[in-house]
Ligand binder design. Structure first.
Ligand SMILES: Nc1ncnc2c1ncn2[C@@H]1O[C@H](COP(=O)(O)OP(=O)(O)OP(=O)(O)O)[C@@H](O)[C@H]1O
Ligand SMILES: [Mg+2]
Length: 284
C-alpha cells in the first residue's frame, strides 16, 4: 500500500509499526507521539500496544483499563460471531485531540497465551482507522514478524550510541532485508541523534547503505515531563525541539508539512507521575 500521496491515505488504513532491535531506545515514546501527531492532523488513529509482556502505553499516558488485547483474543475465540474490536479499545483525549488505544495485557502470563493468528485478525479489524500504529518489542518473534508483514511502513528505530547498539541495528536491518521487506517500506529513524557519542550518524548510513529517513533529537527533560504528566510531547513540552521533530516526522508520513501545534490544554499538575502510577499498581 502506498503512503506517499494524500489520496492513498484518505482511501485506506495505513499500518505503521514502530520496531527496533534494542530495548529502551524510545519505541513507545515514538509510537505515542506518532499516534498523537497523526490524530492532531485530523486522522482517525489507533495505537496498539503489542509489547505484550511489558507494555507501557497506558503507563506513559496515565491511563488504566481492563480492556486489553488479551480480552479481545479470548472474546474472538469464544464468540467469533459477536466479536467487535471496538469493545476492547480505550480513548486518549486531550481537548479536541483523540486517539484510540488497544492496550497490552495486564498480566505477563496473558502474553504467553498469545496466538499470532488471532492477533493478526484483531489488528486486521482495526482497518476502519486511517492509521494504526503498532508499538512492538525488540524481538524477531513470530508475532512481530506477522505484524511487520501486515505493516505498510516499518519505522525502524535505533539509538546508535555505542558499538553493541550499532551491531544490533545493522543485524536487524540486514534481517529485515533478508526477510524481503521492500527497502522503501523500512524507514530508518535515529532517536537521540544529537546526543554525545563516538559513532557518527553518517558512518551508520554508510554501513547500512541507506540514509536515515528522520532523526529525532535527544531531550530527556521533555520526555520525562511528558511521561510524568501522562501527556504526549505536544502538550507536555510544546516548545521542545523533539516535539517539533515529531511534527516533521508526522509530516513526512502524511506527505505534507506539519508545523501547527494544537490548541494547548494545560498539562494537569502531576499527581505523582509514572512511578506513582506504578506504585499504585503494586500497592506501595
Ligand atoms: N528522544 C529522546 N530523548 C531523550 N530521552 C528519550 C528519547 N526517547 C526516549 N527517551 C528515553 O528512553 C526511555 C525509554 O523509552 P521507551 O520506553 O519509549 O523505550 P522502548 O524502546 O519502548 O523500551 P522497551 O524496549 O522497554 O519497550 C524513556 O523513558 C526516555 O527516558
Ligand atoms: Mg516500549
Amino acid at each position: 500500500m502506498a503512503i506517499a500521496t494524500e489520496s492513498s491515505i484518505e482511501r485506506s488504513s495505513v499500518i505503521i509499526s514502530v520496531f527496533g532491535t534494542t530495548p529502551g531506545i524510545g519505541k513507545t515514546v515514538v509510537a505515542i507521539n506518532l499516534a498523537a501527531g497523526l490524530a492532531n492532523e485530523g486522522y482517525k488513529v489507533c495505537l496498539a500496544d503489542l509489547d505484550l509482556q511489558f507494555g507501557d502505553v497506558l503507563n506513559y499516558l496515565k491511563l488504566s483499563s481492563t480492556n486489553t488485547i488479551a480480552g479481545a483474543q479470548r472474546a474472538l475465540l469464544d464468540h467469533p460471531d459477536k466479536f467487535n474490536v471496538r469493545d476492547f479499545l480505550i480513548d486518549y483525549t486531550n481537548g479536541a485531540l483523540n486517539f484510540s488505544i488497544l492496550p497490552a495485557p495486564l498480566y505477563v502470563f496473558d502474553a504467553y497465551q498469545t496466538d499470532v493468528h488471532l492477533v493478526e485478525e484483531i489488528i486486521g479489524q482495526l482497518t476502519y482507522f486511517d492509521f494504526v500504529v503498532l508499538d512492538l518489542n525488540s524481538m524477531f518473534s513470530a508475532l512481530n514478524l506477522a505484524m511487520l508483514d501486515m505493516s505498510t511502513v516499518i519505522n525502524y528505530l535505533g539509538v546508535i550510541d555505542f558499538l553493541p547498539a550499532l551491531k544490533n541495528y545493522k543485524i536487524g536491518y540486514d534481517t529485515l532485508i533478508r526477510f524481503e521487506y521492500e527497502e522503501s517500506k523500512i524507514r530508518l529513524v535515529e532517536n537521540r541523534a544529537d546526543s554525545q557519542k563516538l559513532i557518527e550518524g553518517r558512518d551508520v548510513e554508510r554501513l547500512l547503505g541507506e540514509p536515515f529517513y528522520h532523526k529525532l533529537p535527544n531531550d530527556y527533560p521533555a520526555v520525562n515531563k511528558s511521561i510524568n504528566a501522562g501527556q504526549p510531547l505536544m502538550f507536555a513540552a510544546p516548545d521542545s525541539r523533539l516535539t517539533k521533530s515529531f511534527f516533521e516526522l508526522v509530516g513526512r508520513y502524511i506527505n505534507k508539512p506539519v508545523t501547527n501545534a494544537p490548541e494547548l490544554q494545560k498539562v494537569s499538575s502531576s499527581s505523582g507521575g509514572f512511578f506513582s502510577s506504578i506504585g499504585k499498581f503494586f500497592g506501595f
